[in-house]
Structure formats: C-alpha cells, structure tokens
Design a binder for this molecule. Structure first.
Ligand code: ZN
Length: 279
C-alpha cells in the first residue's frame, strides 16, 4: 500500500512538473512570437523562405521527406525525360495524379498569414522551394514570389521555351496523348526543376540578392538541406539579419538562428501576424 501511495504521489509530482514545463514552453513561445513580430514591424527588408512544410497543412505531401513519394518511386531524371518517350510518359502519368491534388488544395493559414503581411506592407518577398502555386492562390502577387524550383501549374516547351496553356495540355492528355509535344516539335514539360536539371539562374540570383539585403529572414517549413536553399539564411545572417526558423525538424541553421520554433506553420504564423497588427 505504502508503495502504491508513493507512486501516486510520484505521479502527481511528475504531472505538476509537466504542467510547469508546458506553461514555461508556452511562455517561451509567446516571447519568441513577440520578438519575431517586433522585428517584422520594424519594416526593414522582410524576406520569407518557404519549403514543403508550409504546404503539408494544405494536404500536399512532402515528396522529399522520409516516407515521402521518392522512397516508393524513383524520380524521372531530366536527361531521361529528354531522351526517352517511355520516361516522358511515366512523368506525365505521375503529373496528372499530383496535379489533381495540387489544384484541389487550398492555401492554409500559413500562406494566408504571409499574404496578410504583404497586405499591410511588411513583406519584401517570399522565396519558395514549392511548385504548388499556393502563395499565388493566397493572394500574394507574382512579383513578390521567387520560385526556385518552378511551378507545376505552368507547362513549357523545352525547345522554344513558350508557355502552353494548361487546359490545352490537359485536353491532350485526356484524349490519350501520353506525352504532349509542342507545335515546334519540342517536348512539353511542367515548368518545374526536375532531378538532374539545372537551377534557374535568374531566380537563384534574385533570391540570393534578396537574402543578402534582408534585415529579417524567416524560414518556414524547410529543412534547408539542399542548395541553394541552405545558403540563403547564411547570406541573410552575413548581412546582420534577424533569422527566425519555423520548422518541425532540425535544420543546419538552427544554431545560428535568433528564434527557433519547432511547430507546424499555420497557427504560429497566424499568431505572429496578429502580434504584428497589435504593435
Ligand atoms: Zn516549342
């Protein structure tokens, strides 16, 4: 009995400790949000960098994360796409499925919070690794969005480079054309950066320049594991920017950042923008 009583007491103690810890965590979170909001409100060059983690709350899977689709399917590399009709056919077959998910998705509270920051004049730009177009859908104008990996809602000819209306391509796919081609004979391809395809020079340069000029740089939902993503927060820090990271898992920049929040983006970004508006 005595032993049992001890365990109950022990358990109560642990519960009290846990509650104390939760309260402490909440206070720390409040503090970080206030700190981030104050920096944003200063109205310098506020640059936000987003990755797959911002779109998972919209139901778009994080393809590259563990357990993601690349664990099941080998990606179609760019040179395969350009040299084999079978590879192009496979690529388009997958695109049709992915595209259904993407056009069915809605911007979530995290995208909307960033659009709000733009609305109140406190957002210089969003640099994104995402190809889903949800920043545009949230109301952020094109000129504020730098897409490092392109956009899967856009179709381009790989020879004459012209953009082909997506409805046109969809019609042809539905009619049984497995890998549509351009009038010029070139291969059509969703305008995203495939594995083995070089990064878009203009976008990377623009992203680097924005990062180098930023006073406030916030990473949302990116593990910063690929280049050039990994370099952007370092450019920002070199300029003396305040670096905030909101991501569920560790990033290589956690140690150099000024405010780290390991949470899903939606609620946190909403709270940050609310805090900014109260200042
Ligand atoms: Zn063409």
């Amino acid at each position: 009995m005595g032993d049992y009583g001890f365990r109950v007491a022990d358990c109560r103690l642990k519960k009290a400790e846990r509650m104390k810890q939760t309260t402490k965590d909440k206070e720390m979170m409040k503090e970080k949000i206030a700190q981030i909001a104050a920096k944003i409100k200063e109205g310098g060059n506020n640059v936000v960098f987003t990755g797959a983690g911002i779109s998972t709350e919209s139901g778009i899977p994080d393809y590259r994360s563990q357990g993601g689709i690349w664990d099941k399917y080998r990606p179609v590399y760019f040179d395969e796409f350009m040299s084999s009709k079978a590879a192009r056919t496979e690529y388009w077959r997958r695109w049709v499925k992915d595209y259904q998910v993407i056009v069915g998705a809605q911007p979530n509270p995290a995208h909307l919070a960033l659009a709000k920051l733009h609305e109140i004049g406190l957002l210089r730009a969003v640099i994104t690794q995402n190809v889903d177009g949800l920043h545009q859908e949230s109301g952020l104008p094109d000129e504020k969005i730098i897409e490092l990996h392109g956009n899967t809602r856009r179709i381009r000819c790989m020879s004459c480079r012209q953009i082909i209306p997506i409805e046109n391509v969809q019609q042809r796919l539905t009619a049984g054309d497995p890998a549509p081609e351009c009038e010029c004979g070139g291969y059509l391809k969703p305008d995203t950066i495939s594995f083995g395809q070089s990064m878009p020079v203009a976008e990377v340069e623009k992203a680097a320049a924005l990062s180098q000029e930023s006073d406030f740089f916030m990473v949302v939902g990116s593990t910063l594991l690929v280049q050039p993503a990994a370099q952007m927060p370092i450019y920002a820090k070199d300029n003396g920017a305040f670096l905030a990271i909101i991501n569920l898992s560790e990033t290589p920049c956690d140690e150099i950042c000024d405010a780290l929040i390991r949470q899903k983006a939606g609620k946190v970004l909403q709270e940050i923008v609310k805090a900014v508006e109260k200042l």
